[in-house]
Design a protein around this ligand. Structure first.
Ligand code: EPU
Length: 425
């Protein structure tokens, strides 16, 4: 199994370009199921999760062709409307096929994604939202069977909030389904994440009538059909944040290009609170290295525009080498602290209890053997290993490949000592 061998402590420099946002591209690719016309999606990152989504589309009768980072799609047939467990279990976002299939084909079967290491991750809100549009939904033997009423889905007023607030992919699913429903849908407590806004903009470019995207109240006036998409995916704010933390942790002047600051304000605010200086110039952000210790800080993960859960692990790694105490509260996935145990193996002092981690900063981390548990945890470990003293071996890096395109090649260009090796275990 692939692992990364990293020799830490190297000074890095140079620029790194941000790729398209994985979490925007995944639902956006599913928009091809809403139209009979060919679509073209640009700035799609070359990632394992995207390949899985493409395989799901292929299973559903969509022919796809890559050209660089663009994908063109063509609907071949609609015989199969089943998204199988083999694919959905490896990537939960496969469930965003549900809304479009239901709206366009009237009937479908999508496997239940199941739990994952960052928490239980139910999909009750997706189902509640689609039922409100008139769908009949049955969950049997691990599959979701969904059927639209005669005459198709009907617009409705839907409260889509859950215990934890809004849901990104539930909003995406219901919004996509509502584009082809009869009448008007209002989604209250819609997710406001930039990825949801990008999806709404793509759908509007296809002829949908969505307003209010980016706010908690979204209105969707149903249309009879959508035309093909030609859409460029927004840059990945989480990838950009990961590289800024890398610059901070290695005290290196790394410039991240192509990111949108307006998508990253809460994250940048926390970094600044910790004493990290970030210089902005157009669409570039540069970490200004400082020899001073960073300061510990407290932060809470919440839906956008607050601090994102997908940056929690990376920022915890930074807190591990800051002076003083940081209290990190995880409100989206209270169990998303698997990386804490691995950072502790590198010398960090962290106590996790009840959705909260208390980090006592130490002067430096030490390289050792660690294991990636999920996508963002693995990014945190890569950053930590680049900053640590000595050599680290990070196992199970298939998690990294789900969300970061050829990270070892890109970090090597900045001067990092990182290589992909074949390691047992
Ligand atoms: N939730 C429910 N019921 C639902 C849906 C969600 O209770 O039906 C809960 C979840 O358990 C969680 C909260 O609501 O506590 C928010 O989950 P959300 O549905 O927003 O998460 P998601 O849409 O499944 C996306 C990203 C995640 C990211 C979260 C939160 C994609 C493909 N995934 O997941 O990204 O952490 O939003 O921002 O967009 C990652 O990229 O590493 C990643 C995990």
């Amino acid at each position: 199994m692939d692992a990364f061998r990293i020799i830490g402590g190297k000074k890095l420099s140079g620029s790194i370009a941000v790729r398209g946002a994985k979490n925007a591209a995944l639902p956006i690719l599913a928009t091809c199921l809403l139209t009979d016309s060919p679509c073209r999606y640009r700035n799609v990152p070359l990632l394992r999760d995207i390949q899985t989504q493409v395989k799901i589309l292929n299973t559903l009768g969509v022919e796809t062709q890559w050209s660089g980072r663009s994908i063109t799609t063509r609907l071949l047939d609609t015989y199969n409307s089943i998204a199988p467990y083999e694919l959905v279990k490896t990537m939960r976002a496969g469930v965003v096929a549900l809304g479009p299939l239901l709206a366009k084909r009237g009937e479908c079967r999508v496997s239940l994604p199941g739990g994952c290491v960052i928490g239980e991750r139910p999909i009750d809100l997706h189902l509640r939202g689609l039922e409100a549009l008139g769908a009949e939904i049955n969950v049997e033997h691990g599959d979701i069977y969904a059927k639209a009423p005669k005459g198709g889905l009907r617009g409705a007023e839907i409260y889509l909030g859950g215990t934890f607030g809004s849901s990104v992919t539930a909003t995406a699913n219901v919004m996509m389904a509502a584009t082809l429903a009869t009448g008007t849908t209002v989604i209250e407590c819609a997710a406001c994440e930039p990825e949801v806004v990008d999806l709404a903009n793509c759908l509007n470019a296809m002829g949908a009538r969505i307003s209010g995207a980016g706010s908690p109240t979204m209105t969707i006036k149903g249309v009879r059909k959508l035309r093909g998409a030609d859409w460029t995916v927004i840059p990945d704010r989480i990838e950009a944040a990961t590289f800024l933390v890398l610059g901070a942790m290695t005290r290196s002047p790394i410039t991240v290009t192509g990111a949108r600051y307006e998508h990253m304000m809460a994250f940048c605010h926390v970094l600044r609170q910790m004493g990290v200086q970030i210089e902005r110039k157009g669409r570039s952000m540069t970490v200004v290295p400082s020899s001073k210790r960073y300061r510990g800080t407290d932060f809470v993960t919440l839906p956008f525009p607050a601090f994102p859960t997908d940056c929690q692990a990376q920022t915890m790694a930074l807190a591990c080498i800051a002076e003083g105490t940081s209290v990190i509260t995880e409100r989206i996935y209270p169990e998303r602290f698997m990386h804490a145990a691995e950072l502790k193996r590198m010398g960090a002092s962290i106590q996790v209890s009840g959705g909260q981690a208390i980090v006592q900063g130490t002067a430096h981390l030490e390289g050792t053997e660690v294991m990636a548990s999920d996508l963002r945890a693995s990014a945190a470990l890569v950053n930590a290993a680049c900053a640590a003293k000595g050599e680290s071996l990070i196992r199970r890096i298939y998690h990294v490949d789900r969300g970061y395109e050829r990270i070892e090649e890109r970090l090597s260009k900045l001067g990092a000592s990182i290589e992909r090796v074949d390691a047992e275990g």
